[in-house]
Design a protein around this ligand. Structure first.
Ligand code: ATP
Length: 239
């Protein structure tokens, strides 16, 4: 579904990713693990077109997408829920969600029933349903994080990139975020997940990749990585 082959990317003269390859099969959850600064967010940005890759190829559903503009990549069905709650602060919750569906209306993919999908998203995120007319900028941090996730889902995407959906959330909301990821997975959503809670991410994922200094150090089935002594010691709290 999403294949990243030999991807290199960076900022100006600083190369962050040195030829990484990741395969995200249809209907599966793949998690990317790594320490701070390893290049996880840079990977997400390169896939969604927010930064231009300097090498390698990215294919979505067999179509080459590296080098395309972000709006074009979104139209092809790739949704990016970015790190740090980028919501439209002066618009209501419902309008933020409707904007998430906008690339469907301008692209060549099936447009579907946006109004029905809005109600589905509200059912998946009950906290947003309670606040649907509230301005997004007045939501709590955790609620904004959920809005960013829900907006990504509104694209009816082929693949969702979730960058640190639990960042800065109280433990009870972290649990809720992982429950929502489970539900999206049960609904067949293909996801690439970056999470600070590596053990929880590997528990929900089918496959995992460990990124170290812009290179893939280890990858494999999630349960295998969960039991790998080196991965446990470095990323899963040693347990
Ligand atoms: P974290 O877990 O801390 O979010 P990460 O694995 O997501 O880390 P990235 O955000 O991809 O890491 O950053 C990788 C490297 O790229 C870091 O050294 C960072 O300082 C650098 N970097 C990130 N964004 C920029 C930018 N806009 N300009 C220059 N350098 C950047």
């Amino acid at each position: 579904m999403l294949t990243i082959h030999n991807l290199s990317a960076g900022y100006g003269k600083v190369q962050v990713l040195h030829g990484i390859s990741i395969d995200v099969p249809k209907g599966q959850v793949v998690t990317l693990i790594g320490s701070n600064g390893a290049g996880k967010t840079t990977t997400m940005r390169a896939v969604s077109g927010m930064i231009a890759p300097t090498g390698g190829e990215i294919h979505l559903n067999g179509k080459r997408i590296d080098g395309l503009e972000p709006y074009h990549i979104a139209r092809l069905g790739l949704a990016h829920s970015p790190e740090g709650r980028r919501v439209f602060a002066t618009m209501s919750v419902a309008d933020n969600l409707l904007l998430g569906a906008f690339p469907r209306l301008t692209g060549s993919r099936p447009k579907g029933d946006v109004a029905a999908d809005l109600e589905k998203a509200m059912a998946l995120f009950p906290r947003l349903q309670e606040r649907r007319t509230q301005l997004a900028g007045t939501l709590s941090g955790g609620e904004q994080q959920m809005l960013a996730m829900a907006r990504a889902v509104m694209l009816n995407p082929e693949v969702v990139l979730l960058d640190e959906p639990s960042m800065g959330l109280a433990p009870i909301l972290v649990d809720e975020v992982f429950r929502i990821i489970e539900r999206l997975k049960a609904a067949g959503t293909t996801m690439l997940l970056v999470e600070q809670f590596a053990a929880a991410a590997l528990a929900v994922a089918d496959y995992g990749y460990v990124l170290e200094n812009g290179r893939i150090a280890v990858h494999g089935r999630a349960e295998k990585l969960r039991n790998d002594p080196a991965v446990k010691a470095a990323y899963l709290g040693g347990g």
